[in-house]
Design a protein around this ligand. Structure first.
Ligand SMILES: NC(=O)c1ccc[n+]([C@@H]2O[C@H](COP(=O)([O-])OP(=O)(O)OC[C@H]3O[C@@H](n4cnc5c(N)ncnc54)[C@H](OP(=O)(O)O)[C@@H]3O)[C@@H](O)[C@H]2O)c1
Length: 234
């Protein structure tokens, strides 16, 4: 699974790497997003075509609206309706949203009748968005957690250290397992092979209910990325 976006400027290099590798297209899960400045029907279609051409692919697996337009809900709705069309055309296998609050998701569903598959949001033990998670679960929307390990900035905190010792895992692996226990999909970024191997090695143990609750209690409503900084920051 590779998370791309126009604003990350990584589609071209991901496309090149995918073509150079021996992995068949169906062995990859490629996500891209519609940037705020490309919201609206014509711009969204053009934007996805541009992404596909950079990726050298004829479809993506997941297409997201990167941020809801803060001022004009109708514009984001028009973008969403275009995503529905693009899915019907086979240009994306699934569609979803990113950085959407419960209210905006509900308004989008009410107006379009279509439930997003994914809401990609900042989510980690220091920002345990319990209400958003339970709302999304009730609708069958999966939370895809970005900055899922808080960029490895708080690995010294308890109970991460204690749990890491108990399970012979690293604090980062403990956080990633916490996501799995909650049914969120963590998408950690890493540029080192060792970290990538470590980040996937979390499926041979589980946390018990008390341990999950202790980690839930780490919540500080701490955000790395604020809507005010978006969409230029990400
Ligand atoms: N939709 C949105 O608005 C939005 C916003 C932000 C991010 N995202 C997506 O979410 C992805 C991840 O979020 P993020 O990059 O903000 O934060 P992150 O994944 O929480 O943290 C990435 C940092 O953690 C380090 N790291 C990774 N694995 C580690 C390990 N096992 N041990 C120690 N350090 C480790 C990485 O360094 P090394 O490279 O050295 O491993 C990197 O500096 C992004 O790549 C992007 O695709 C989406």
């Amino acid at each position: 699974m590779i998370d791309t976006a126009q604003s990350y400027d990584n589609e071209k290099i991901v496309g090149e790497a995918a073509h150079e590798s021996s992995i068949p297209r169906e062995g990859l899960f490629i996500t891209t997003k519609i940037q705020d400045k490309h919201q609206g029907r014509a711009s969204t279609i053009e934007s996805l075509n541009d992404s596909l051409s950079k990726l050298k692919m004829d479809y993506v697996d997941l297409l997201l609206i990167h941020w809801p337009n803060m001022e004009k809900f109708d514009l984001s709705l028009e973008t969403w309706q275009t995503l529905i069309e693009l899915k019907h055309q086979g240009k994306t296998r699934a569609i979803g949203v990113s950085n959407y609050t419960q209210d905006v998701i509900q308004k989008t569903i009410d107006a379009s009748g279509v439930i997003p598959s994914i809401n990609q949001v900042e989510f980690h033990p220091f920002l345990y968005q319990e209400d958003l998670l339970s709302y999304c679960k009730s609708k069958g929307i999966r939370i895809q957690a970005y900055s899922p390990i808080l960029r490895a900035k708080r690995t010294e905190d308890q109970p991460l250290q204690t749990l890491a010792k108990k399970y012979s895992k690293t604090p980062v692996q403990i956080i990633l397992r916490w996501h799995i226990e909650h049914g969120t999909i963590p998408i950690p970024r890493s540029s080192t092979r060792q970290h990538m191997m470590e980040n996937i090695d979390i499926f041979d143990y589980s946390l018990n209910e008390c341990e999950i609750e202790a980690m839930d209690a780490m919540d500080e409503d701490f955000r790395l990325i604020h809507p005010a900084k978006a969409p230029d920051a990400w």
